[in-house]
Design a protein around this ligand. Sequence first.
Ligand code: ATP
Length: 368
Amino acid sequence: MALKIAVVPGDGIGPEVLAEGCALLRDLDRTLDLGLVFDEKDWGAERWLKDKVGMPKGALEQLEREVAAVYFGALGDPRIPDMAHGREILLGMRQGLDLYANFRPCKCLHESLSPLKGKGPREIDMLVFRENTEDLYVALGGTFKQGTVDEVAQDISINTRKGVERILRHGFDTARARPRHDGMKKLTMTDKHNAVRFGGGLWKRTFDLVKGDYPDVVAEHLYVDVLAMEMVRKPERFHVVVANNLFGDILTDLGAALMGGLGLAASGNIHPGKIGMFEPVHGSAPDIAGKGVANPLAAFWTASLLLDFLATKDATLAPRLLRAARAVDAAVSACVAAGPRTPDLGGSARTKDVGDFVRAHVGSTLAA
Ligand code: ATP
């Protein structure tokens, strides 16, 4: 069976890093016969400016029908300050495809990348899940007397039992199936139910209910302010962390900083069992776009997450897809340890130098 990947390079450095990521995926496909088929989309600022189309009509249905996963670059363009195209495309996919589980590995690959004294790869190794379809991001609310001194603004946070339960169960399933390097199987749920009573209360009650089904996973609850402090003070406490949309948004950026910055951070947005959309955490970085210096490591790591996801969709291909993913992980680690580094990681290498190193490393791993 062919596994079709929709490729959405987008804007700014998106196309630069995805070109490297796709070249790597094509190499892997040739070497391991993974059955990958690429379907490149021109969704982004240029098309929006030309004909005001973000995602063409019928695109979501086509993705649902034909595509196993989406490989996404970045959206953002100074000519569209309100990011209208980004909202239509990115939020369109998240909501339209019900990609409820956003996850980001927060794993430090090398001592030299850690901003924390005495904490490195052994201590900083967690997976943060962010609920991706509810909370304050549903665009419900409004303003009253806008533009006057009496203006009132309201954003509504939506939390549903179904939404909370499914992200928690996915987090517990992951903690159980993929223990940390040291064997730790633990899930930390975070909320703020002492102050945010109703939504927070629903999260806490659902957590207390669901954890009973996972006696082999240590289940811990922390208020989000305490969790933020502990992620910096004692990151080795954490394996899987689950948070709502807003807290998850903030905590995952903290996580990106712990692992060495945006040039490395990868993410997935998935509906387990259905489709997944995989993107580097960074944006379009207009300040460096077109200069050939963007770090492609986040895009490579993202490709590895995508391969892992594809392995859940095809049992026959799974061993080869997983072998490919592990070869990419090894190459990314080798690159930060002893390979070329782009300026964001303190080096002077170019995007292409890092790409060439990673592809060569993957090639020799698979040939061994
Ligand atoms: P957007 O509006 O698309 O979010 P942004 O510039 O506000 O763009 P990011 O794109 O995430 O946000 O970039 C934040 C900073 O990190 C910028 O200075 C950018 O150059 C840097 N940066 C982000 N990604 C990378 C990368 N892959 N390689 C090197 N630097 C990066």
